[in-house]
Design a binder for this molecule. Structure first.
Ligand SMILES: [Zn+2]
Length: 538
């Protein structure tokens, strides 16, 4: 692959000062290089009139691992190649991401025990760079260590597991609530100071303990938190108190839309938006970031490490439901859902709450676009969300087809803000790359990975963002007007914190008493996988 030059386009590169500007991009050996620094140029693309952005970065989706495979097996009616469908095969996932100009994606919830298969799938997913967060918050070793305040052992265990299971970050899902539910009670914890039976630690202790550990380990991404009480009316109080439990440590709040509900759990008719209350807190606390988890009208597939929530959803919808446990670590639940905001006031309010987050958050650098794919709908539908953010008229038109009560339960009707292309580039590229600590992603500066999306400007943003003119992955042309031209594999990022070897015998002892598989089979072996790219903490 020789050097190439992209000539004449307007660059939206929000990480660099000065706003959009017309300049040429020089690319050599997969990286953006200084203009003129390469003697021989193989190909020049005339992009006069086009818009260039860094490749999109998806920081919270479910594309590999046990939940996704349960979804594939349990709902064969979903065509794995259907662009608008909620679940895809591995190859289709890579092609569809590249098809909208997204070139990096992080799977949000992998149990370390089941990471092997997730990594095999990542290896089979072309065209994007990948990583995954590992589930730690209902892990028995972690709960014991937190209760006994064995912090250096906790840090060593986290570092060892990130290495053994090739993880990028620490994920929390309904902290403590899963373990509580897995025990005989099948009841969810609602009180955040209530200890998990048998472990004596509360959700707050888990959040505070793991957030502090992520900071001590200097992970590039903070803890990634799916709060307790997802989807419950009135859960704004849970979300606020979880933010406070961080005690100043960094914390990323995933799919915040599902955690921004006012009203009362005893009276579902009181369901309403509590976004302004949360934004007021978030704007004063720079240690906090969010991704939105908006919903799209139409088919979705709920798949979550929060099996208790899955059970609630199953009881509400009556749909087919599948749940599974991962031994000492986690659980998951999968069921299909169809969002019908034109008919259902609850769905309309959820739809509006997602939009409110985008439109009311003053600092786009601490917010990333996600639909918690496939929970809120497929990532392939992001262009529809971009259109709504960029056009107040499009929002008003959509709202006019939804229940009239929507206006009294949300603030969306009064919001005039329209996103600029610069802001779209921030929430889909710059911000998620920065929040993940991926220095070579999300910008177009010298040294960045040459992951690039080229768009033809149009007032039809669904079309513009749904079909880039060109997409480059590591400097290679991979998509052109919706046609895939090449399928390079992409890389997998992991977090390498180092750890105190002294803890391994202790983990082994515990492991052999607790797990159904042998300790020696748990760690992924280098020879089974293409080399990962281990990033150091900082
Ligand atoms: Zn998720």
């Amino acid at each position: 692959m020789g050097a190439i030059v992209l000539k004449g386009a307007t660059l939206y590169d929000p990480s660099h000062e000065g706003g959009a500007q017309r300049r040429d991009l020089w690319i050599d050996r997969g990286k953006i290089v200084r203009p003129g620094s390469v003697k021989k140029v193989d190909r020049t693309f005339d992009l006069t009139g086009d818009i260039v952005m860094p490749g999109g970065v998806e920081m919270h989706c479910h594309i590999v691992g046990p939940k996704v495979n349960l979804g594939r097996r349990f709902f064969p009616e979903f065509d794995p190649d259907d662009r608008m469908g909620p679940i895809h095969g591995t190859r289709a996932t890579g092609r569809l991401f590249a098809g909208i100009g997204t070139t990096t994606a992080v799977d949000a919830a992998i149990p370390p025990l089941l990471a092997r298969h997730a990594h095999l799938e990542m290896t089979d997913t072309p065209l994007i760079d990948k990583a995954c967060y590992l589930l730690f918050d209902n892990n028995h070793f972690v709960l014991d260590a937190l209760r006994e305040n064995r912090l250096s052992e906790l840090d060593a265990y986290l570092g060892w597991t990130l290495s053994a299971a090739r993880g990028y970050g620490i994920k929390l899902v309904n902290p403590g609530g899963i373990e509580n539910w897995k025990q005989i009670s099948r009841k969810t914890l609602h009180e955040l100071e209530e200890p998990v039976p048998g472990f004596g630690v509360s959700p707050h202790t888990i959040v505070r303990g793991l957030a502090a550990a992520a900071d001590r380990l200097k992970l590039r991404h903070s803890v990634h938190i799916h709060c307790n009480n997802l989807g419950v009316p009135g859960n704004v109080q849970t979300t606020l108190s979880t933010m406070k439990a961080l005690d100043g440590a960094r914390g990323h709040f995933a799919h915040i839309q599902f955690h921004s509900y006012g009203g009362s759990p005893d009276d579902p008719t009181s369901f309403c938006s509590a976004v302004p209350q949360l934004i007021e807190y978030v704007r004063e606390h720079p240690n906090i970031s969010v991704d939105v988890g908006h919903i799209h009208p139409g088919r979705a597939l709920s798949m979550t490490g929060d099996a208790p929530f899955s059970q609630v959803l199953h009881q509400l919808t009556g749909g087919r439901w599948y749940a599974a446990d991962a031994e000492q670590e986690s659980s998951c639940g999968v069921l299909p859902i169809e969002y019908r905001p034109q008919k259902s006031l609850v769905h309309a309010v959820q739809w509006a709450i997602g939009l409110e987050w985008y439109l009311l958050m003053p600092d786009p650098w601490r917010l990333a676009m996600t639909s918690d794919h496939p929970n809120g709908g497929a990532f392939t539908r992001y262009p529809e969300m971009i259109e709504l953010l960029m056009s107040r008229d499009a929002r008003q038109e959509a709202m006019s087809r939804m229940p009239a009560d929507l206006k009294s339960r949300t603030h969306l009707a009064e919001i005039d803000r329209e996103y600029t292309l610069e802001e779209i580039a921030i929430i889909t590229r710059g911000a998620p790359a920065r929040l993940l600590g991926l220095d070579s992603k999300g910008h177009l500066g010298v040294g960045a990975d040459a992951d690039i999306a080229v768009y033809r400007p149009s007032s039809d943003h669904v079309r513009m963002f749904g079909e880039p003119r060109y997409v480059f992955k590591a400097g290679q042309l991979v998509a052109e007007n919706g046609v895939i031209r090449a399928e390079p594999l992409g890389q997998t990022f992991t977090m390498n914190t180092g750890f105190d070897d002294g803890v391994v015998p202790r983990i082994k002892d515990w492991f052999e008493k607790s797990y159904s598989i042998q300790f020696s089979h748990y760690s992924l072996r280098e020879e089974d996988f293409p080399p990962a790219v281990p990033l150091a903490g900082r």
